[in-house]
Design a binder for this molecule. Sequence first.
Ligand code: IPE
Ligand code: IPE
Ligand code: MG
Length: 252
Amino acid sequence: MTLPSSTLAIPEVSAVPRHVAVIMDGNGRWATRRFLPRVAGHVKGVEAVRGVVEACALRGIEYLTLFAFSSENWRRPADEVSLLMRLFVTALGREVSKMHANGIRLKVVGDLSRFDQKLQRMIADAERKTAGNTRLTVTICANYGGRWDIMQAVGKMLAAEPGVVGYTEEQLAPHLSMAHSPEPDLFIRTGGEERISNFLLWQLAYTELYFTDTYWPDFDAAALDIAIASYQQRERRFGRTSAQLAEQKKAS
Ligand code: IPE
Ligand code: IPE
Ligand code: MG
């Protein structure tokens, strides 16, 4: 089944965003400010993930997507990269059973082929174990890049349906790595930068963007509520006019 696309049909909008996508940024600066090594910020960042996952489940958010490691993060110093990998392994080992008990489905998307075999196996096991859960889908984007995603999807589409003249969005959509989820309603970037950094380029077409200076390790349920409150002030027009929206509201 292909989920609705914001450019092909106007999606339904609810007060609580159905899908929240987050660039968890500012771990390093959080640590540096405290005269701690950057890795201390990443350790704290994992704790923040736990809090936000729980807060999303309690608020009825159905999809939470977290940017954990970008395809460009390999450019960082080798010791920081390897610490991030180890943290990922430990967090998976520690959290998956709890997530499963809480009805959470876990997905990991990105070019996983660059990860070591053990990590790849842990990811596959975690996805398999939680596949039937429906309360909240948590997607971790690891070695993910928006351009990579589009290119790998195009490659798969061409292989599946070669020689077509004029491919459509519907033909591409099932091959994108977020095909299991609707497009994000709310995008949050912590840490003060106002850019997309090659996150979900395709899927953010009509997403509401929210930026906060709060560093990721400090982002908690209260901070999430502020982001949701900002979202609730937005008028999501999807190309239409305000007057059309008012008309539609009157009619319903
Ligand atoms: C985000 O925090 C975590 C990852 C990119 C893995 P950063 O590590 O980018 O923190 P800053 O931006 O340097 O503060
Ligand atoms: C984006 O943060 C990637 C993740 C949070 C995983 P970065 O810190 O890598 O982004 P840039 O380099 O400042 O754009
Ligand atoms: Mg950063």
